[in-house]
Write a protein that binds this ligand. Structure first.
Ligand code: 9GP
Length: 839
């Protein structure tokens, strides 16, 4: 301890060096310093978590200079910024990613080693901020990484949920949900900024008045007001000085204590409003597609939108004398309809608070917003009962009526006497109960509307947004999703990163197209062997993890066949299970069948109230229990359900996959982004022509992709003729054998009821056409097995997949948003050293 004290107090290192220096020795000392002064521990009594915290603060110190310089630059008069409004940001653990982007991974690894610790273990200690459900939230996080890496001034606005997406435990094969207390040991990455708090109105009524200049105005007299407090997290770009901000709002009561009530002896009443206000951002709704009509959810949406817009206006007015040029300095993107109330809120702020006339306010609003749609499922389109909306946000409803009236006037001119167009385009759904339709508000209030893959953007125009497309075709565009290669390759797959970098250098990390150069090595047998070696090692790691986590021993030489994503009927995890049972039956009947051994790996959460999705988990685990323990199979098939699938687990799983299951019903998956992560890490895809699969196949070549299933028009065709799933059961003996085996209780210890709802659903309804696609899927899986037997061929296909993934970098997506929607330019950040003089 004495030597530690001596080293901490060594006068050769100034405070400033300790906080910014990047050499091994300084980092080592800084970690010990933080351990002592922030965690209050000596190494001898520190836990792993203490060391993680000390290291996290060490890294954060090194970000701060870049961050503050970026924030300052973004405030400047002539700098246009992107505000990405999203109810979810599934950022994943920060430490590893920041080490990559700061380009200090090696130094830190060494410094930690010299302290007798292991960096990976510290990285694994970080609690993941699960502030999202799945694809949409993770996309937002990839986009923040790319915005910073491309040096685009940007800010992500969202909600600081106290509890993120639940932790999933599996008990007796069922999903059990556990509260995600991600903040319980502290969050070293965020800084609270209570000085930038804002107030948000709810309830009450509105009142007309005439202002001092004789103008007619409206004010909102709320029933209660909630305070929004921002918590900022830096998002550093890859090897640049740009560190943008993720600003998440926490709600609090304005007055935490009602003294009047307290003095009357009503203690609980006195803290009532505090509890009420703080409940607002307590928990993330755990549904990946929206649930309708939950008032608290509408409160959350309005809360973060209102806070964020006030924040933008405040910062705008620091350097600008009015909001006239707001649209020239801000591009606001609506990540789905969750923040769509922003259209009405910006109008309220401009008209009621800043006293703009309606028309110029509307011009600013429409120019500012862009709207990204993320789903075609009609049941997922958000709508709010008018009664709830009007009670909670009375002024916003009035403004929505005004927007709607003016808009419908334009519709009437373009489509005279067309009542059905009017009613489909109206923001207010008057069909039976009245609703506010958020997608309509978003479309009307935005100058650009985009889908997230080519097929999806086309289908939007043809189906759910067809009438909007007829009205303003010029607003519609596509931006195919992408993923960040920093997290999804460099951080998660260091072995493959190294092999690739040895061959083609490291420019591919932020110019992903350069992976193309790998094609020249595809015929090089020794390169292919190295390629296989890497995959093998990563699979061994995953095999160890699987054994430790769920106690199942899997063969790392078997084909790792992986489906990880939210559990949903349209994603068809149960189609995958039908294939597993088919193989099982075949092997039971013919033990000499020559097929490569396979390990089927599943992961994913079901929405807690989604009956069928929870049954599908039970189906997977039940089938696994039987197959994994059947001695006849001699370990040729294994089925693993990995609990609690999240970003961290994704980082283990994608690199280890041989086969990526992307098997949704055509026309249902908007894009998918897991499909990109798998392929980038060298897995081959078995998939339908759905979402971004179509473009992945285009890029990697049809011969390097296992295609099956009906196309979107064929799906429509089958449905239009009155789909009869039972016909497939009757005519396909093998399929019948599979379904009958489930029905008879073989996988459920004789309990015939347990899994029957799934079978009945398939036989008598089958809305996602599993039975129609079954045979085609089985045939395609046979091709997979054949290809895998020829390891040289498989390696070729795998290398070509990776080499041709350039398009799917989120850097490319963000560049398209910048050029076609936001019209923003990069701004490079000059580092000004912090010192007392310029402080
Ligand atoms: O279901 C889509 C998924 O296909 C897409 O990749 C992702 C990101 O664009 O968004 C998902 N949608 C949602 O999570 C909610 O609509």
């Amino acid at each position: 301890h004495l030597s530690l004290m001596a080293s901490i107090l060594n006068p050769n290192v100034t405070i400033e060096d300790d906080r910014t220096g990047l050499d091994i020795e300084t980092i080592r000392r800084a970690v010990l310093d933080n351990l002592f002064y922030i965690q209050g521990k000596f190494p001898a009594i520190a836990t792993k978590h203490d060391f993680y915290m000390a290291l996290a603060y060490t890294v954060r110190d090194r970000l701060l200079q870049r961050w503050l310089n970026s924030v300052q630059t973004n405030l400047k008069k002539d700098v246009k910024s992107v505000a990405y409004l999203s109810a979810e940001f599934l950022v994943g653990p920060h430490l590893g990613n920041n080490l990559i982007n700061l380009d200090i991974y090696q130094q830190v690894e060494q410094a930690i080693k010299e302290s007798g610790l292991n960096l990976q273990e510290l990285i694994d200690t970080e609690e993941e901020p699960g502030l999202g459900n799945g694809g949409l939230g993770r996309l937002a996080a990839c986009y923040l990484d790319s915005l910073s890496s491309l040096e685009i001034p940007a800010i992500g606005y969202g909600i600081r949920y106290e509890f993120g997406i639940f932790d999933q435990h599996i008990q007796d094969g069922w999903q059990v949900e556990i509260t995600d207390k991600w903040l319980q040991y502290g969050n070293p990455w965020e800084i609270a900024r209570p000085e930038s708090s804002v107030m948000v109105n709810f309830g009450g009524r509105t009142e007309a008045y005439t202002d001092d200049h004789g103008a007619f105005r409206v004010r909102w007299i709320p029933e209660y007001v909630v305070k929004g407090i921002p918590y900022d997290t830096p998002i550093l770009g890859y090897k640049v000085n740009t560190a943008n901000t993720l600003r998440l709002w926490r709600s609090e009561a304005c007055e935490s204590f009602n003294f009047e009530r307290f003095n009357q002896g009503d203690y609980y009443g006195a803290v009532d409003s505090k509890v009420h206000s703080e409940n607002l951002c307590k928990v993330l709704y755990p549904n990946d597609e929206p649930i309708q009509g939950k008032e608290l959810r509408l409160q959350q949406q309005y809360f973060f939108v209102c806070c964020s817009l006030q924040d933008m206006i405040r910062t705008h007015l620091i350097e600008n004398s009015s909001l006239d040029n707001f649209d020239q300095l801000w591009a606001i993107q609506l990540n789905d309809t969750h923040p769509a109330v922003a259209v009405a809120e910006l109008m309220r702020l401009l008209v009621d608070v800043h006293h703009y006339e309606w028309e110029p306010a509307w011009q600013i609003t429409e120019n500012t917003f862009g709207y990204t749609n993320h789903t075609l499922l009609p049941e997922a389109l958000e709508k709010w009962p008018l009664s709830i909306f009007g009670r909670l946000l009375p002024r916003l409803l009035e403004i929505i009526y005004e927007i709607n009236n003016r808009f419908l006037e334009r519709v009437r001119i373009k489509f005279p006497d067309n009542g059905s167009k009017m009613s489909s385009l109206s923001i207010i759904d008057e069909s039976d109960d009245k609703y506010v339709r958020m997608a309509n508000l978003a479309c009307i209030g935005s100058h650009r509307i985009n889908g997230v893959a080519q097929l999806h953007s086309e289908l939007l125009k043809e189906t759910i947004l067809h009438d909007f497309y007829a009205l303003f075709p010029e607003k519609f565009t596509n931006v195919t999703n992408g993923v960040t290669p920093r997290r999804w390759m460099v951080l998660s797959n260091p072995r493959l990163t190294e092999l690739i970098t040895q061959k083609i250098g490291n420019r591919w990390i932020n110019h992903l197209d350069e992976l193309k150069q790998l094609e020249q090595f595809v015929d090089d047998a020794s390169f292919r062997s190295q390629w296989r070696q890497v995959k093998q090692e990563v699979k061994q790691d995953l095999a160890k993890y699987i054994e430790k986590k769920v106690g199942i021993v899997v063969n790392p030489a078997s084909l790792f066949d992986v489906q990880v994503k939210r559990i949903h009927e349209y994603k068809r995890q149960h189609l995958n299970v039908l294939h597993i049972i088919t193989l099982y039956n075949r092997l039971k009947h013919n033990p000499n069948l020559d097929i490569p051994p396979r390990t089927f790996i599943f992961g994913g959460k079901a929405a807690p109230g989604y009956f069928m999705a929870k049954r599908i988990i039970k189906l997977i685990t039940s089938v696994g229990d039987v197959i994994n323990n059947d001695p006849d199979l001699k370990d040729r098939l294994k089925v693993v359900f990995l609990p609690d699938y999240n970003v961290t687990l994704g980082q283990r799983v994608y690199p280890a996959a041989d086969l990526s299951e992307q098997i949704s019903t055509a026309g249902k998956e908007a894009s998918g982004t897991g499909n990109m992560k798998f392929s980038l890490n060298g897995a081959l895809t078995i998939g339908t022509l759905d979402g971004a699969n179509v473009e992945i196949r285009e890029e990697v070549g049809a011969e390097n992709f296992f295609l099956f299933g009906l196309t979107t028009p064929q799906v429509a065709e089958v449905k239009s003729h009155g789909y009869y799933p039972r016909g497939h059961y009757d005519s396909n003996e093998e399929l019948r054998g599979v379904l009958d085996l489930i029905s008879c209780g073989f996988f459920s210890r004789g309990n015939r009821e347990l899994l029957q709802p799934i079978v009945d659903n398939l036989l008598y309804d089958d809305p996602y056409l599993l039975l129609a696609d079954y045979q085609s899927y089985i045939n395609s899986q046979e091709e997979v097995s054949e290809a895998y037997k020829d390891q040289e061929r498989w390696s070729r296909m795998s290398i070509l997949n990776v080499a041709r993934m350039g398009k799917f970098s989120s850097d490319r997506s963000i560049q398209e948003y910048c050029d076609n929607i936001w019209k923003v330019q990069p701004v490079s950040i000059k580092l000004q050293a912090y010192n007392q003089e310029n402080a």
